[in-house]
Design a protein around this ligand. Structure first.
Ligand code: UDP
Ligand code: MG
Length: 320
C-alpha cells in the first residue's frame, strides 16, 4: 500500500466540545507550517456531548480532518491504538485534545525525527493548573512504575509523542487488551529521545481521567510490564510464615516451661484479622493477573467503529 501522507496527528477525544475547534485551529496552523501533507485523525471515544457534531463540521470544512467514532467509550489508550491502526503517515504524532500538550512542540519533534530518531517523546518538566493530588499521584505512579518494570519507561512522560512508521507497524502487531501504550512504545525500542516541555493547563473543560480511570491505567501499566508484585507477595509470604513459625516456637516453650497462662484473646484476633487481610490482598493480586489472562483469551476486538468520516479511499488496512 502506498500513501502520500507525510504526517498523521492522532487526537483522542472524549467529551471535549469546549476545546475541539481551538484544538483544530492550533493543530492545522502548526501542521501547515511543515509544508508537507498531513492528516488530523480525531478519535471520538464515545462522547456524549456535541463533540461528534463539531467533528462532522470540521470534516466538511477541511479534507485533512478525519473523524472516527467509537460505538461507546473504550478508553483513552484504545482510542490512541485505533488512531495508530488507521494512520497512514510516515511519522505519527499523538496529542491530547485539551491543549495541555502544546501543538507547537510538534515542529521540534519533527526536527528530531528528521535527525533519525524513531521515537520522540515529550517529557514534562512542569505541570500547570493541575490539583496537588493529581501531581502527587502522577509523580508517585511514574516512579513506582519505573522501579517495578524491566522495560525502561521514562518518568513524567505522557502519550504526547512522535513515532516513526516502523514503530507504528510494530505497535499494530500488539493487540493486548489492557493497554499501556507508552510502555509498549518503550518496549519496541529503536532510537528514542526526549524533548522537555511545560505541561499547560487544560484549555477548557475538566479532566476526563477520574480516579477510577487513573487507577485502572496504573494497574494496567504495572501488570503489563512486571511480575514483580507477584514476587513481592511471595517474599512477604515467606517473611510472615517465618515470623509466625518463630512465634509458634515461643508459644510452645512458654506453654511447656512456664506457669504463666496467657489470656491472648486480643492477640489471636488481631493476628487472624491481619493474616486474612494479607491473604485477600494476595488473592486480589492473583485475580488482577488472571483477569487479564481471561481478557486475552476472549480475544475480542479492541474497539468498534460506528462511523469514519473522510476515510481515505486508499485505506486498505483492516482493524482487528
Ligand atoms: N480521553 C479519551 N477517553 C477517555 C478519557 C480521556 O479519549 O475515556 C481523552 C481526552 O479527551 C483527552 C485525553 O484522552 O484528549 C487525555 O485526557 P485528560 O486530558 O482528561 O487527562 P489528564 O490530562 O487530566 O490526565
Ligand atoms: Mg489533559
Amino acid at each position: 500500500m502506498t500513501s502520500n501522507v507525510r504526517y498523521s496527528v492522532i487526537v483522542p477525544v472524549f467529551n471535549e466540545e469546549e476545546v475541539l475547534r481551538e484544538t483544530y485551529r492550533r493543530l492545522s496552523n502548526v501542521m501547515s507550517q511543515t509544508n508537507d501533507s498531513y492528516e488530523l485523525i480525531f478519535i471520538d471515544d464515545g462522547s456524549s456531548d456535541q463533540s461528534e457534531q463539531i467533528l462532522t463540521e470540521l470534516c466538511t470544512q477541511d479534507q485533512a480532518v478525519q473523524s472516527v467514532h467509537f460505538s461507546r467509550n473504550f478508553g483513552h489508550q484504545v482510542a490512541i491504538t485505533a488512531g495508530m491502526d488507521l494512520a497512514q503517515g510516515d511519522a505519527i504524532i499523538v496529542i491530547d485534545a485539551d491543549l495541555q500538550d502544546p501543538p507547537e512542540l510538534i515542529l521540534k519533534m519533527i526536527d528530531k525525527w528528521q535527525e533519525g530518531y524513531e521515537v520522540v517523546y515529550a517529557k514534562r518538566t512542569e505541570r500547570e493548573g493541575e490539583t496537588p493530588f493529581k501531581r502527587l499521584t502522577a509523580a508517585v505512579f511514574y516512579r513506582l512504575l519505573y522501579r517495578m518494570t524491566d522495560v525502561e519507561i521514562p518518568v513524567d512522560t505522557g502519550d504526547f509523542r512522535l513515532i516513526d512508521r516502523s514503530v507504528c507497524e510494530q505497535m499494530k502487531d500488539m493487540k493486548e487488551q489492557n493497554r499501556f501504550v507508552r510502555g509498549l512504545v518503550s518496549w519496541v525500542g529503536f532510537r528514542q529521545t526526549a524533548i522537555a516541555y511545560k505541561r499547560e493547563e487544560r484549555w477548557a473543560g475538566e479532566t476526563k481521567y477520574p480516579l477510577k480511570k487513573m487507577l485502572k491505567l496504573s494497574i494496567d501499566a504495572i501488570t503489563s510490564f512486571s511480575y514483580r508484585p507477584l514476587k513481592m507477595a511471595t517474599y512477604l509470604g515467606w517473611l510472615l510464615a517465618g515470623g509466625s513459625f518463630s512465634y509458634l516456637i515461643l508459644v510452645l516453650l512458654q506453654a511447656g516451661f512456664s506457669e504463666a497462662t496467657v489470656p491472648g484473646w486480643a492477640s489471636i484476633i488481631s493476628l487472624i484479622l491481619f493474616f486474612n487481610g494479607v491473604l485477600f490482598i494476595f488473592l486480589g493480586l492473583l485475580g488482577e493477573y488472571i483477569g487479564r489472562i481471561y481478557d486475552e483469551s476472549k480475544s475480542r476486538p479492541l474497539y468498534i467503529i460506528k462511523a469514519h468520516q473522510n476515510e481515505p479511499k486508499n485505506n486498505l488496512k483492516h482493524f482487528t
